[in-house]
Design a protein around this ligand. Structure first.
Ligand code: COA
Length: 543
């Protein structure tokens, strides 16, 4: 067993206090935004729900999920600041929770947000939840209460490949894969909203409040002149007795959610894992020390092993190739008892880091060990010597290994995430099963200052070529200032999360718990895709 890491962090130092205060401010800001998202669509919409004897979305979740069990909420800041008026949580709550002992993906419309209709980010959030369910073989429970597409934004939501229709395609495909699709109809479900229960394997509807129809009474009147009430057109009894669209009728929401728990309880087939899991062991150092550990100035370096010591069991880990390419820390350890291979940045990546990273990822793939990527990376080293040494191909090796690894990959953005560093360290495009960011994370193709400098130099070179005099200081400033401003806002963690470039921003002190829940969810699917018998398989290459 490896020795515990001995922390060098001086918690009484002024730097620690400054850093901790800066991180605490960011966490408070995050908490404020999360609270806003949780509050839903406002007092009037809440009152309407109450008047109809309907529960609020989080009350529904509380009745669906096993008491006193954690809920790993995803994409909570989706759509934050993206529309003229707020669309809290993009009008849908998604996350992984335990239902009748089984980890499930829950996707629940929030009818207080514009009738639970789908904005572009609502669709992205719903699709992301389904992608996680598919990868990790999690049964899906949809709590449906939605008017379908948010009609003014139909051009961004209806017809493209990753638009509304994909939700239903996913339902059919997951059902075919044996991933249960269960829907509970709790309100008026019109058009697209009606297809979620219609495409489910098994569904439940609440008598009185639940309706399912392709077009509501006003549209039917306009289209055919027929006068019909909502209940006669698509109520529980009609669907249960005549159309056969629903399977179970509930007297009220509590009953419906109880029935949903029973349906999940009958699914059987709990997760089986070949991973050698041990009892969890707390790290030796408190998670709150992460606040003071990370420099308030993102340009200041720090030893990322101090972070590992606050995430991994017993603060123990075994470094791999510690002295080779040391700017990439690769280590074996355990998180909440799950064996993991960690890749963490300790400075800019050199060619040796790329070779070592590729080697380590392949080792973990061969052994079926989940990978955790801790990103704080400005990119790969630039310059003539590095290019001559082949840094591009060394970086590409790591990117290839990461892209093709089938073990669960989990990424946390601890700070900077720029350039090919984002790719090699399992950014969104490389299929991490989960990707979380700290509130101080900055995601962009390069840093603001570098981007401003590049654009300035291009302009200077153009002018030189045309025989024009160099830019004056004021002209330089006129080029730099808007780039710096744009990068400052567009590399912000909330900007990224609002567009679902991640699965959520987390309080650094919650990182271990979040990763543990994510790893637990991953184990519902095989840890590694085994090559077919006789198919060519690659050995672990030593580069
Ligand atoms: N697109 C855009 N906005 C919509 C909408 C839609 N599909 N459905 C509802 N809204 C808006 C309403 O205009 C209202 O906005 P406001 O708060 O700014 O006034 C808000 O959402 C709430 O709608 P309201 O009708 O007041 O609430 P409700 O709880 O009584 O009814 C619905 C909710 C969804 C059942 C009902 O609005 C409805 O049937 N909508 C039309 C659904 C439809 O035809 N969809 C087809 C698209 S696939």
């Amino acid at each position: 067993m490896s020795n515990a890491f001995v922390s060098q962090l001086v918690v009484q130092s002024p730097e620690f206090a400054t850093n901790a205060a800066a991180m605490r401010r960011q966490v408070e800001l995050l908490q404020g935004r999360l609270d806003e998202a949780k509050a839903g669509g406002g007092a009037a919409a809440v009152a309407t729900q109450r008047a109809r004897q309907k529960l609020l979305v989080r009350e529904r979740l509380a009745l669906l999920l096993d008491p006193q069990t954690p809920f790993l909420e995803l994409s909570a800041l989706a759509a934050y600041g993206r529309h003229p008026s707020p669309v809290p949580g993009a009008g849908v709550v998604s996350g992984i929770g335990r239902v009748a002992g089984r980890e499930c993906m829950v996707v629940a419309n929030d009818p207080t947000v514009k009738g639970g209709t789908y904005f572009p980010e609502s669709i992205k959030k719903h699709l992301r939840a389904q992608a996680i369910a598919r990868q990790n073989r999690l049964p899906c429970v949809y709590l449906v209460d939605s008017g379908g597409i948010f009609l003014p934004l139909q051009a961004q939501t209806f017809a493209d490949q990753e638009h509304f229709g994909k939700i239903f395609a996913n339902q059919a495909q997951m059902s075919a894969m044996g991933i249960a699709q269960i829907a509970v109809v709790l309100g008026m479900c019109t058009a697209g909203g009606a297809y979620v229960p219609a495409m489910a394997d098994e569904n439940i509807i609440v008598r009185g409040n639940g309706t399912i129809y392709l077009a509501g009474p006003p549209l039917v009147r306009a289209a055919t002149g027929e006068e019909v009430s909502a209940q006669d057109l698509g109520g529980a009894d009609m669907h249960a007795e005549r159309s056969g669209v629903v399977d179970h009728v509930a007297d009220d929401e509590a009953h419906a959610l109880r029935l949903a728990r029973e349906v999940v309880g009958r699914l059987g087939g709990c997760k089986r894992t070949t991973l050698a899991v041990t009892p969890p062991e707390a790290p030796l150092y408190p998670a709150e020390e992460l606040y003071g550990l990370v420099p308030a100035d993102p340009r200041q370096p720090y030893d990322v092993r101090e972070i590992l010591a606050r995430l991994l069991d017993g603060s123990r880990f075994s470094p791999f190739k510690a002295a080779y390419g040391p700017n990439l820390v690769c280590a074996f350890g355990r998180l909440h008892g799950y064996p993991v291979g960690v890749l963490a940045n300790n400075g800019v990546l050199f060619g040796a880091c790329g070779q070592k990273g590729a080697h380590f990822v392949q080792l973990c793939e061969q052994r079926g060990v989940p990978l955790i990527f801790l990103q704080n990376i400005t990119g790969f080293m630039v310059g003539r010597a590095e290019e001559e040494a082949g840094i591009t191909k060394d970086g590409a090796k790591m990117v290839q290994a990461v892209a093709t690894a089938t073990v669960p990959k989990l990424t946390v953005m601890l700070g900077a995430s720029h350039g090919a560093g984002n790719y090699a360290m399992c950014g969104r495009a490389f299929g991490p099963r989960f990707l979380f960011a700290w509130p101080n994370a900055k995601v962009s193709v390069m840093g603001a200052e570098q981007a401003a400098q590049v654009l300035l130099q291009l302009k200077e070179a153009q002018r030189q070529g045309a025989g024009a005099p160099p830019l004056t200081a004021a002209e330089q400033q006129a080029i730099r200032a808007p780039v710096l401003k744009q990068y400052a806002s567009q590399s912000d963690a909330t900007f990224a999360s609002a567009q679902l470039w991640d699965d959520g921003i987390i309080d650094p002190a919650q990182t271990r718990q979040t990763l543990a829940l994510a790893l637990s969810a991953c184990l519902n699917a095989p840890t590694r895709v085994e090559p077919a018998p006789g198919a060519p398989a690659a050995p672990v290459f030593r580069f």
